[in-house]
Design a binder for this molecule. Structure first.
Ligand code: CTP
Length: 402
């Protein structure tokens, strides 16, 4: 009974996947949850309120008033009562209404009155799912702090195969349990992550870059999103994909573009993790035509780029955390500690190139986390995914202290 005494609103909308809501409801009730079902008028075309009220042992709320005696169904009271609102399945139409405040049914008014976190499990056909309006609405909802439970790929009711299939009821129950176990440590937190290299143009076909793959930064973004954070990922040129709706990705090329994106987003963030291998120098002038081979030697005059971490360090308020990385080859701890002070970081993640399996391109990393209070935490060589979990754990502990 992992959900004993938990109050959950289960919203159901008009999708074929609504039949799965019966299994979901059963799963939640079996775990001890008290569930109030709220259905849109369209949902009732797919599954009957009788089934849902029998399984939840409560009347289903669907209309603002009960037709027979005029009883008022208070969406405000329901919104206050609930510890979590889960809408599963949620259709493209309801996503649009929620994103834009079109409160023309009890489900959307309840959503807008809810004080608790909201989880949304979309279900729709693959083309509807990837339509820009759906993607935009999901982004908007995520910016309100709602958590999108990614639909999976598979066979769809239309007979087509693709992304849009609602997560299975058992998976959704586990998401709910994880929420109440507070496994999600960063709900309602906004975190900026920089990742990958930057490319600094020399001429139209050449650039100065580095070997950073972006894997560490992307692993961090994934882990932050898994912990419920709303992530803004500013990525240099990398060959990596992101498909998590709680990650808002902005692709940039140069240090200057990365700096501009970070300045734009940092003020609204709770934390920023500077994981990018930003070029320290760029060509002073970019040739507008391809440079021809002429003499045996040539020089490119370079100028310093902006130190993005240091720039954010200057802007940082008492309610924000700033985390940096240091990749060192010698005097590791000393260099890292001085970087932390120079850039006004709260903690710094050190990786030494002397450690086998750490650094660019590889899937593993070995880190030491150095804090402002002179604390050093050394970790084993691990997969970057697990390293990301250690860093995110440290961040969530530090955020709690603010
Ligand atoms: N960093 C940044 N902007 C830069 C350079 C670095 O935001 N222009 C950030 C990196 O993302 C990292 C930290 O600063 O979090 C340390 O980067 P590093 O290159 O190791 O430090 P530098 O200050 O550039 O020092 P040096 O290259 O001399 O070691």
């Amino acid at each position: 009974m992992r959900l004993k005494n938990k109050h959950i609103i289960l919203g159901i909308t008009g999708s074929i996947a609504a039949y799965k809501a019966a299994y979901l409801l059963r799963g939640l009730v079996k775990e001890g949850a008290e569930v109030q079902v709220v259905m849109t008028p369209a949902a009732k075309e797919f599954i009957t309120p009788v089934t849902m009220s029998a399984l939840s042992d409560r009347p289903v709320a669907s209309e603002f008033f009960a037709a027979n005696d005029g009883t008022w169904h208070s969406h405000v009271d329901m919104g206050q009562w609930a510890d979590l609102m889960l809408v599963a399945p949620v259709t493209a139409a309801t996503l649009g209404k929620m994103a834009h405040g079109i409160a023309d049914n009890l489900l959307v008014t309840t959503y807008m009155s809810a004080k608790c976190p909201v989880y949304l499990a979309p279900a729709m056909d693959l083309d509807m799912f990837k339509h820009p309006s759906t993607l935009k609405n999901l982004e908007i909802l995520q910016s309100y702090g709602d958590v999108i439970l990614e639909p999976g790929e598979g066979e769809l009711a239309s007979g087509l195969h693709g992304k849009g299939r609602m997560q299975e009821p058992e998976q959704l129950v586990e998401e709910v349990v994880a929420f109440f176990n507070s496994k999600k440590k960063l709900l309602n937190k906004k975190v900026l992550v920089t990742a990958g290299p930057t490319y600094e143009k020399i001429d139209p076909v050449r650039f100065i870059g580095n070997y950073s793959s972006g894997k560490m930064g992307f692993a961090l973004a994934e882990e932050l999103a898994n912990q419920g954070a709303e992530v803004t990922l500013v990525a240099g040129p990398v060959d990596l994909e992101t498909s998590n709706f709680n990650i808002h990705r902005i692709d940039v090329e140069s240090a200057q573009e990365m700096h501009a994106a970070c300045l734009n987003y940092f003020p609204e963030m709770d934390a920023a993790i500077m994981c990018a291998a930003v070029a320290d120098y760029r060509p002073k002038a970019i040739a507008d035509k391809k440079i021809k081979r002429k003499a045996d030697e040539m020089n490119i005059e370079l100028e310093a780029t902006t130190d993005i971490a240091a720039a954010l360090g200057k802007l940082k308020t008492d309610n924000q955390m700033l985390v940096g990385f240091a990749l060192e080859t010698n005097d590791e701890e000393k260099n890292a500690v001085s970087k932390m002070a120079k850039k006004n970081l709260d903690f710094i993640v050190l990786n030494s190139l002397q450690d086998q399996g750490a650094g660019f391109g590889v899937d593993t990393n070995k880190i030491t986390i150095l804090s402002k209070d002179n604390n050093a935490q050394e970790f084993e060589l691990k997969q970057k995914k697990e390293v990301a979990a250690d860093i995110v754990e440290k961040l969530s502990q530090e955020l709690q202290k603010l």
